[in-house]
Write a protein that binds this ligand. Structure first.
Ligand SMILES: NC(=O)c1ccc[n+]([C@@H]2O[C@H](COP(=O)([O-])OP(=O)(O)OC[C@H]3O[C@@H](n4cnc5c(N)ncnc54)[C@H](O)[C@@H]3O)[C@@H](O)[C@H]2O)c1
Length: 261
């Protein structure tokens, strides 16, 4: 067997909540290029269609499903639509999240409303679609793959008002290990990627400040921030048979940042 065949996803069906976003759309396109049929999910139909167009142009199947994955019934509806149209669920990649730079407060005065918003955007948005997808994977009896997106901030404090985000990403990393432990008996692996800054619209304003960017880049041994293409190889690995014996792992994609701490 050609060892590269283990990275192929032909016949697999992947759901990507947040698939209309910067990282989610890049991962959706990569999984489709590896052979998967994909469903991109988000609240904005327009952004989903933008993400789907280049995937369909390659000849791959890409469903677009408008849903708010912080609602359990909408997450269930998302999975039902995928089962109805594509017949199975093999992979879920949780690419909804962020908000880090939008709500920065001193830790001793961090407002509960901002805390709840960050948790909803990052943790609840990972929990509910995963529960819905994993129920379908268990029922399908073929195992499956869950890929979460954590952040270097799950492991590193930062003196800049990030309490809720670091806690939420810490929760994502902990859930990755917990779910890996619980769902191994069903042949479902659960892993996470943990990027540092990725050049995306969410962080464009921060990276647009040359002094801020220079400070960030100075601390990254490989001397640059990430791009969405830096994440796609790892995503294919974690979603394919190539990672069959890998579960509960958090892979830093950070140019060496965490290695220096
Ligand atoms: N960009 C970075 O530098 C960076 C670094 C580390 C980790 N991350 C993480 O990567 C993930 C993706 O980030 P991104 O930069 O692609 O963000 P993004 O904002 O481009 O994409 C997120 C997508 O999720 C959608 N979404 C938000 N709430 C939703 C909901 N309730 N239901 C359905 N869809 C919803 C948004 O509309 C958006 O399309 C996040 O978890 C973020 O924390 C990003």
């Amino acid at each position: 067997m050609n060892p590269l065949d283990a990275f192929r996803l032909d016949g697999r069906v992947a759901i990507i909540p947040g698939g209309g976003g910067a990282i989610g759309s890049a991962i959706a396109a990569a999984l489709a290029a590896a052979g998967a049929q994909v469903a991109v999910v988000g609240r904005s139909r327009e952004r989903l269609e933008e993400a789907a167009a280049p995937i369909r142009a390659q000849g791959a199947t890409c469903l677009t499903i408008a849903a708010d994955v912080t609602a359990a019934d909408e997450s269930d509806r998302m999975v039902a639509a995928v089962l109805d149209q594509l017949g199975r669920v093999d992979i879920v990649v949780n690419a909804v999240g962020g908000g880090a730079g939008k709500v920065l407060f001193d830790a001793e005065a961090y407002p509960a409303e901002a805390w709840d918003w960050i948790y909803e955007l990052n943790v609840r948005s990972t929990l509910l679609p995963t529960q819905a997808a994993v129920k379908a994977m268990i029922a399908g009896g073929r195992g499956g793959r869950v890929l979460n997106i954590s952040s270097v901030r799950a492991a590193l404090g930062i003196n800049a008002g990030y309490s809720a985000y670091v806690a939420a990403k810490g929760a994502i990393s902990s859930l990755t290990r917990q779910w890996a432990t619980e769902w191994a008996k069903h042949g479902i692996t659960v892993n996470a990627i943990s990027p540092t800054f990725v050049d995306t619209p969410q962080v464009a304003m921060l990276l647009g400040d040359p002094e801020f960017k220079a400070n960030i880049v100075k601390r990254i041994p490989l001397g640059r921030v990430g791009g969405t293409d830096d994440l796609t190889g790892a995503a294919i690995f974690f979603c394919s048979d190539a990672s069959s014996f890998v579960t509960g792992q958090i892979l830093g994609i950070d140019g060496g940042l965490t290695a220096t701490q």
